[in-house]
Design a binder for this molecule. Structure first.
Ligand code: UD1
Ligand code: CA
Length: 483
């Protein structure tokens, strides 16, 4: 093999993801369990695409339809193909199942595991760059657990011994197999079909390729990751591994955003999904969750306990504590919360002010509109600079259909009003406090439904005197009046 074997050679990726993941104890196949909001299997697919792979073959078995449907939707444009491994006869058999999809392919086949989400493209690049027919990614662990052991001769890897096949002395080896490989396609094709299953688990081991390559005098090289970084190569086998993988992913995402100019007051206390974005000079307080495709602009201030799903936040927005928003769009310089709930289809223009205990849904607010306290605004269009008083409610549902409410520019809705939809309040119109608006209000008009206030002078004193007189008139022992 020439020493620049791997230099700019074409790449194909095989992702092994057919196993159920028994130790997860789940009705959901292991690779569909999420990390940073995405199924585990998405991460090796992303890594494969980052490597510029011409072909990506995902080997599926358990819940194949489910995983395939997910991947087709998540990566619609990508060169991702699927292979079926009906029976999980081992990792070599898994790759064998992918080979028909790699017919005629010459170059490097990178084999990834569906359950190792944190391996980086940089690590994979370093592995691929090693000059050998078989390149194995390894980790040096204090507790090598049940990983396959690297057995070396004069420093060179000569075989990988699975834990269950190890002699007692071999179990002490701390250099172990991460289950990620770069293999010359020709060698893989020639060798894969001839591997046996004479081992403790009766499986076709992909790891047996190492001994074949070493015996044939073809190069075998390892890239060993140690220390803290080795934790990124941990496979997810149970829920504890899943939590560790999530923690590693969260730490990486936070580091990335901090490098991009975002302040986290207490970095460990937030939860970020993989596909969010945050602009420079934005400050994130503790216990904030930024989920789905949420995007936050520059110079925003996000207070404690805020949870945003699939929500767009423009620049210089303040979200006060415990703001909850989903599928909403918040314009520049808006102020929202504390304790506001923005449901799907909420859209705020510039400088909208939303105060505490306000719920919005399918509500479009023009620039500078305000709803400062205790309101429900659903299926509504609120004009620019309109002021929605405390306790205003859009009665948008008649028990069968939803109806829309329109409030014009600069309109003023007095406190504790109900807007019974479908209804509109014209530009600059006023609605007096406590009004139930059932008809359209023209621009510039006042709408008012209010029973007159009756004032009875001296009523309290008269009432008190009457009570006292009644108490005196009671005979002792008469308990009818109580005490
Ligand atoms: C494998 C390696 C071991 C390594 C470890 C790293 C072998 C024989 N052993 O062991 O040296 O230390 O990974 O995590 O390769 N899969 C299939 N079809 C199969 C078997 C497995 O698709 O028939 C998939 C699994 O779904 C999983 C991945 O391959 O995504 C790894 O399989 P797993 O059974 O977890 O391998 P280990 O026993 O952990
Ligand atoms: Ca595993």
């Amino acid at each position: 093999m020439s020493s620049n074997l791997s230099l700019s050679r074409p790449r194909a990726v095989v992702i092994m993801a057919a196993g159920l993941g028994t130790r997860m104890r789940s009705s959901l196949v292991k690779v569909m369990h999420p990390v940073a909001g995405r199924p585990l299997v998405d991460f090796p697919v992303r890594a494969a695409l980052a490597l510029g792979a011409h072909r990506v073959v995902v080997v599926l078995g358990h819940q194949r339809e489910r995983v395939e449907a997910h991947l087709r939707a998540a990566f619609p444009e990508a060169p991702v193909a699927f292979a079926t491994q009906a029976e999980q006869l081992g990792t070599a058999h898994a790759v064998l199942c992918a080979m028909p999809q790699l017919e005629g392919f010459e170059g490097d086949v990178i084999v990834l595991s569906g359950d190792v989400p944190n391996v980086t493209a940089e690590t994979l690049e370093a592995l691929i760059a090693l000059p050998a027919a078989v390149r194995v990614l390894g980790m040096r662990l204090d507790d090598p657990a049940q990983y396959g052991r690297f057995v070396r001769d004069a420093g060179k890897l000569v075989r990988i011994r699975e834990f269950k096949d190890c002699a007692p002395a071999e179990r002490g080896i701390r250099d172990v197999n991460a289950g990620i490989y770069a293999i010359d396609a020709g060698f893989l094709r020639d060798t894969l079909g001839s591997l046996g299953r004479d081992n403790a688990q009766g499986e076709y081991y992909l790891t047996d390729l190492v001994e074949r390559a070493a015996t044939a005098g073809l190069g075998v090289e390892t890239l060993t990751v140690e220390g803290d970084a080795a934790l990124d190569l941990n496979g997810v086998n149970d829920r504890a591994d899943l939590a560790l993988a999530e923690a590693r992913m969260q730490a990486r995402l936070r580091r990335g955003w901090m490098r991009a100019g975002v302040t986290f007051v207490d970095p460990a206390r937030c939860w970020l999904h993989a596909d969010i974005e945050i602009g420079e000079d934005t400050v994130i307080e503790p216990d904030v969750a930024l989920l789905g495709t949420t995007r936050i602009g520059r110079e925003c201030y996000i207070e404690q306990g805020t949870r945003l799903s699939n929500t767009q936040v423009a620049d210089r927005v303040t979200l006060h504590a415990y703001t909850v928003a989903e599928s909403s769009n918040i314009g520049v310089e808006c102020t929202v919360g504390p304790f506001a709930r923005l449901r799907e289809g909420t859209r705020f223009g510039r400088g909208v002010k939303i105060g505490n205990f306000v719920e919005t849904k399918q509500a479009v607010f023009g620039d500078g509109a305000k709803a400062s306290h205790l309101s429900y605004l659903g299926d509504a269009e609120i004009g620019p600079r309109a002021n929605i008083g405390a306790g205003t409610i859009t009665c948008n549902y008649d028990g069968v259909h939803k109806h829309r409410t329109r409030v014009g520019a600069g309109a003023f809705i007095g406190s504790d009003s109900q807007l019974v939809a479908p209804v509109s309040v014209g530009d600059g119109a006023y609605v007096g406090a406590g009004t139930t608006v059932t008809h359209d209000v023209p621009a510039g008009a006042l709408a008012l439904t209010r029973a007159p206030t009756k004032v009875v002078e001296g009523w309290v004193e008269r009432k008190r005197q009457a009570r006292e007189a009644e108490a005196k008139n009671k005979t002792p022992g008469d308990t009818r009046g109580g005490r």
